[in-house]
Design a protein around this ligand. Structure first.
Ligand code: HEC
Ligand code: HEC
Length: 250
């Protein structure tokens, strides 16, 4: 079944790769001796998402390695359904079955790889203080719960489907929060993350993104199993993880 999917995928795979010169050299004519492993098949993804899905050093492409499997799977469904946009990526997903999306999600989730050191902060001290306050405490006057009340006190995410907030580039953070504010990025209703993002002002978005992007990722960056308290807002039912994940280890 999977080789069949691959042969259907190949024309799609090649299009974005032709733009990525180094990846093309490696992939254009894979010798028959190359083993058909998940790592080999996922080279099309890692051409944009960095080696092993670690993200590219200065780029915009988000890391996918080590994120909760349910989160990655939900995102692949969101891209396929048009709730998120990424030029060059969505077309790759169109021919794939949900079972294969899950296999890819579980493959990347299981990669346990170190993170690079964070970039130096690009904001003044007051902005960084505001960012830290929103992440750890929130802003009760504006009904903004702390980011950590959903993403975890260590900001490393929560199983099975809430992502961590560390190790993401500042530009990516700003773009995702902006996407939720404008409706370009959506999650399953009730979309609690959209509610939070819309309560943030422009300077708040700058502040949280600057502070988060400057934080080191702890050595153990694994998502935690559960939060100490219920979520402060109602979120989509898919945060429980899809039925296909029952029995999965991550
Ligand atoms: C042409 C470049 C490109 C390719 C190839 C690509 N992606 Fe992406 N991907 C992106 C971009 C850009 C984003 C961020 C989009 C946004 O701003 O929301 C993204 C986002 C994602 C996300 C969401 C990450 C998060 O933290 O929310 C997942 C999961 C993902 N990609 C998986 C894959 C997989 C699996 C493949 C291979 C089948 C793949 N991508 C191939 C460009 C690409
Ligand atoms: C009520 C719970 C809740 C709160 C509070 C919350 N988030 Fe989220 N956040 C979520 C959920 C759920 C998702 C995953 C949505 C999806 O599946 O697309 C998410 C996703 C994200 C993402 C996408 C990560 C990626 O890899 O693409 C970012 C960035 C983010 N949140 C930032 C924040 C920030 C910054 C705050 C605090 C100002 C915050 N969140 C507060 C629930 C919350």
């Amino acid at each position: 079944m999977f080789p069949e999917i691959l042969s259907r995928l190949r024309p799609w795979l090649m299009a974005p790769l032709l733009c990525a010169a180094s990846a093309t050299t490696a992939l254009a004519a894979p010798p028959r001796t190359v083993p058909d492993t998940m790592a080999q098949r996922m080279l099309v993804c890692t051409a944009c998402h960095g080696i092993e899905g670690r993200a590219t050093p200065d780029g915009y492409f988000p890391r996918i390695a080590g994120k909760p499997a349910g989160y990655l799977y939900n995102q692949l469904l969101h891209f396929k359904a048009g709730r998120r946009q990424a030029v060059g990526m969505t077309a790759l997903l169109d021919p794939l079955t949900d079972a294969y999306l899950m296999e890819m999600a579980q493959y990347f989730a299981a990669l346990d790889l170190p993170y690079p050191a964070p970039a130096a902060p690009v904001a003044d001290a007051a902005t960084l203080r505001r960012g830290e306050q929103l992440v750890k405490v929130g802003d009760a006057a504006r009904q903004i719960p702390s980011c950590n009340s959903c993403h975890g006190d260590r900001m490393t995410g929560v199983q099975p489907a809430i992502p961590g907030l560390l190790g993401l580039p500042r530009d990516y953070l700003i773009s995702q929060l902006g996407g939720w504010q404008t409706g370009l990025r959506r999650a399953t209703a009730p979309d609690c993350m959209a509610t939070v993002a819309r309560r943030l002002s422009g300077p708040d978005v700058t502040a949280v993104a600057a502070w988060l992007a400057a934080q080191p990722v702890p050595a153990d960056a694994k998502p935690v199993d559960r939060l100490p308290a219920p979520l402060p807002l109602e979120c989509g039912h898919d945060l429980q993880g899809p039925a296909a994940m029952k029995g999965a280890t991550r």
